[in-house]
Design a protein around this ligand. Structure first.
Ligand SMILES: *Cc1c(COP(=O)(O)O)cnc(C)c1O
Length: 392
């Protein structure tokens, strides 16, 4: 019988070629055809490399994972559809009802919410601790403590976690140390070298770097734990989009250059702000006046990262409004890690759910700002900040 509609038959396949594309091809396909059931079996067991269904994995996610693995000096990392998906899979793919987790008390806003509101519904106990001293965590340990989750540099007051204290406390007890390395990135700190059993990234931020993708990364040193996180992510549909992975891979190619420039800008901006009379205090991990300077030097060396926080002398909403309106050309947006400098105001965004006195305990007044410093020409950036401060 003659087939008069050959064009609808799939797959088409690509033309044969002996040469290799320099850019990773974008593979939008959700399904991958195998030659026969034996081959499909071999894909599922991992004997044969290949793909079956994009929720389970696809080439663009693997290409991106390998690049982030290389930066962290690990292998087997998993790409998820967002940083929060990575945080969720890293916790819920591992813990079960009756377990206890200790977390830093200044985590990313949604991570705090997950721990505070959602884990409770699944019977997981949570304690929040100031992670700048491992002794606080030691005092919070329970018989059922299974995991400790910290960010190396906290949001938004940029306090530094006592990673060496935590690692020597937790290793002998077989308690997993999960490190969210988003702010610090593997260029300032390879998390596994500092005792991370689980590494988490919001790839959305510095790694992708252009505010045009939402992605996460999670890795566990133990193969079974890693598999359990992978299975949870796949089952709950935390699938990353191939196009986002493709863009993030492209962004990663310039990550070291961007990070170097943004750090240098951040250092200069922090030093500039510290000298302004309309600025009460500046927080930057490598400044001698940082409250955790010894920890910061130890962990970060000379890599102070690109985040600077500061407080206006006038701690009123009115001054905050005026400062933002006059900081022309700087996006007022609650994100970080973009090529352009962005400004965020925790009291009206990430920390708006807290009462003013809770915010005060954390040192977050109406005059408190967090800057994610970009890669612009530094002189223009300093002029912009100078002009905005002069209007107060
Ligand atoms: C942004 C962020 C997340 C969440 O990442 P998304 O990609 O926005 O879901 C988690 N942890 C930290 C430290 C972050 O900055």
């Amino acid at each position: 019988m003659k087939n008069d509609q050959p064009n609808i038959m799939r797959p088409f396949g690509l033309p044969d070629s002996a040469s290799t594309p320099v850019v990773t091809p974008l593979s939008a396909s959700v399904v991958y055809a195998s030659r026969n059931p034996d081959m499909l079996d071999a894909h599922y067991t991992g004997e044969l490399p290949g793909y079956t269904y994009a929720r389970e994995g696809h080439p663009n996610a693997d290409a991106l994972a390998e690049r982030i693995d290389a930066l962290e000096d690990v292998s087997g990392g998993i790409i998820t559809g967002s940083g929060m998906a990575a945080v969720t899979a890293g916790i819920m793919g591992v813990l079960q009802s009756g377990d206890h987790i200790i977390a830093g008390d200044q985590l990313y806003g949604r991570s705090l919410r997950l721990l505070q509101n959602d884990l409770k519904r699944f019977g997981i106990e949570v304690t929040f601790c100031n992670a700048t001293d491992a002794e606080n965590i030691q005092n919070a340990l329970r018989i059922n403590t299974k995991m400790v989750l910290v960010e190396v540099v906290s949001n938004p007051t940029l306090r530094v976690a006592d990673l060496s204290g935590l690692s020597s406390l937790l290793k002998p007890k077989n308690i997993l140390l999960a490190i969210d390395n988003t702010f610090t990135t593997p260029l300032s700190l390879k998390a596994a070298d500092h005792g991370a059993d689980i590494i988490i990234h919001s790839v959305t931020k510095l790694l992708a770097g252009h505010s045009d993708v939402t992605l996460g990364y999670v890795w566990a040193t133990n193969k079974e734990v890693n598999k359990s996180i992978y299975d949870f992510a796949v089952t709950t549909g935390m699938t990353p989009s191939p196009f986002d992975c493709w863009l993030a891979e492209r962004g990663l190619l310039t990550f070291p250059l961007r990070f170097e420039k943004a750090q240098e800008n951040a250092r200069q901006l922090a030093n500039f702000l510290a000298e302004q009379e309309n600025v009460k205090r500046v927080l930057y991990p490598l400044r001698p006046d940082h409250p955790d300077i010894a920890l910061a030097k130890n962990l970060l060396g000379v890599q102070g990262c690109n985040m600077v926080s500061f407080e206006l002398t006038k701690k009123t909403r009115e001054s905050a409004n005026r400062f933002v309106q006059n900081a022309r050309g700087i996006a007022f947006a609650p994100t970080l890690g973009d090529v352009g400098t962005t400004l965020s105001h925790p009291a009206s965004s990430s920390h708006r759910a807290l009462s003013p006195s809770q915010r005060e305990d954390l040192g977050i007044s109406e005059g408190f700002f967090r800057v994610s410093v970009g890669v612009e020409d530094i002189s223009g950036l300093l002029i912009t900040f100078d002009n905005a401060l002069k209007t107060l």
